[in-house]
Design a protein around this ligand. Structure first.
Ligand code: LRH
Ligand code: MN
Length: 399
């Protein structure tokens, strides 16, 4: 094997050894759009089924040992569900991941949650987040991952400054309740479901709120939560340099928050994000403390297959980013040799890492092609039989 191939194979193996991506429990359930939900008979309904399906993806890819949980969907009875989750996760060979409080589904959140003009609603929203921190501690999961749908639809209908202060007060109180080692991740989104203003609309606002909350708060970047044309990897570079990048929600999109399969539309986008992280680590010698999480809804594709595609694509793009020659890149940047610098990224991105990834899988007794292995496993046929007969959960809610 030529020297370059050997170097690449070792670099890919080192990179994949330290790459893990967390799967969303809600990615295995029937989800839809405001125009409806196409039900899949094999879709998971119970949290045990969501964890089992995630366990299947981990068993085939070796790269997704934890599952993000949405408190209202997965722990409707709060602490009373902790034992069930812990046992089901262990049975599925995965561990509970980030706790996502749900501050958007209840009727009382019509005019907001932490930013609702009604102090009683704000109080209840804070209590729900405090419970989320407790659930996380009980499940030994590290992150409380907070997204607010809060905002307004018409000019003049909300006091934006007052809402800002309510959210600051709430996040300070929630941060105070974190156990040592726990983190509060603040996720931003420019619009939807609010279509005039959103209270945490961009990375700058999320950065401000995280700093205001306290040292255990960081910013979460959902790749689908940006205006068209926004340079996401520049935001990533900034947050890295500020020590405030806590994690990602990965998905892909053509238009808005489409929640499509990672790398299905613009794989070079994810590669550029991974590059900024690897380049930061090379330059600083530090390991970026980042939670990689998938946040997708598979309305048309088979849910487990789409998740396997996602993990395989994430591994491939992370491996490619590990092949960028940082020495050569830094020299070309300093020399303003634009073409040489750009080629460092393009050469790595153009490298076919599949043979090296297949070798990494073989070495770990993982199937060479997880998707083919899944299709031959009979798992889908079995769960379709087991789950198919029942009336799928209502076609109304998101998940
Ligand atoms: C909001 C969001 C958030 C989740 C939800 C399922 O668009 O990205 O992270 O809670 O999707
Ligand atoms: Mn998200």
């Amino acid at each position: 094997m030529r020297a370059m191939e050997q170097h690449n194979t070792e670099a890919v193996a080192r990179a994949l050894d330290r790459f893990a991506i967390e799967l969303p429990s809600w990615g295995f359930a029937n989800t839809g759009t405001r125009f409806g939900k196409y039900l899949q008979p094999a879709a998971a309904v119970t949290v045990e089924e969501k964890l089992a399906d995630a366990g299947q993806v981990h068993e085939l890819t070796g790269a997704c040992p934890s599952v993000a949980l949405h408190s209202q969907w997965d722990l409707p009875r709060g602490t009373a569900d902790v034992e069930t989750i812990a046992r089901a996760a262990a049975a599925a060979g995965v561990r509970p991941g980030a706790i996502n409080p749900n501050l958007f589904q209840n009727q009382e959140y019509k005019f907001g949650s932490l930013a609702n003009p009604d102090p009683l609603v704000r109080r209840r929203a804070i209590e729900h987040c405090l419970e989320g921190a407790l659930l996380g501690a009980a499940l030994h999961s590290r992150d409380v991952s907070l997204w607010l749908a809060d905002g307004s639809n018409y000019p003049g209908t909300a006091n934006i400054r007052e809402r800002k202060r309510w959210i600051e007060e709430a996040l300070i109180e929630i941060h105070r309740a974190l156990a040592p080692g726990q983190r509060l991740l603040v996720e931003y989104k420019p619009f939807e479901p609010a279509f005039y203003h959103t209270d945490i609309a961009d990375w700058g606002m999320a950065l401000h709120y995280a700093r205001t909350a306290g040292p255990q708060a960081k910013v979460l970047v959902d790749t689908g939560h940006h205006y068209q044309g926004q340079n996401i990897e520049q935001i990533v570079a900034w947050l890295l340099d500020e020590g405030m990048l806590g994690g990602f929600h990965f998905n892909d999109r053509r238009y808005a928050d489409d929640d499509l399969t990672l790398g299905s539309i613009d794989p070079y986008q994810v590669f550029r994000i991974f590059h900024e992280i690897r380049f930061f680590e090379w330059e600083t010698g530090a390991t970026a403390d980042i939670a990689y999480v998938v946040d997708q809804s598979h309305n048309l594709k088979g849910k487990i297959e789409a998740m396997i595609q996602t993990v395989v694509m994430a591994q491939a793009l992370y491996a490619k980013a590990a092949l960028v020659d940082h020495e050569r890149l830094a020299a070309a940047q300093r020399a303003t040799d634009l073409v040489a610098a750009e080629s460092c990224l393009q050469d790595a991105f153009a490298t076919d890492v599949r043979p090296a990834v297949a070798e990494w899988r073989a070495f770990r007794h993982l199937p060479a092609d997880p998707l083919i292995a899944f299709r031959h496993s009979g798992y889908l046929e079995r769960i379709t039989r087991e789950r198919g007969g029942r009336q799928p959960a209502g076609a109304s809610a998101y998940a």
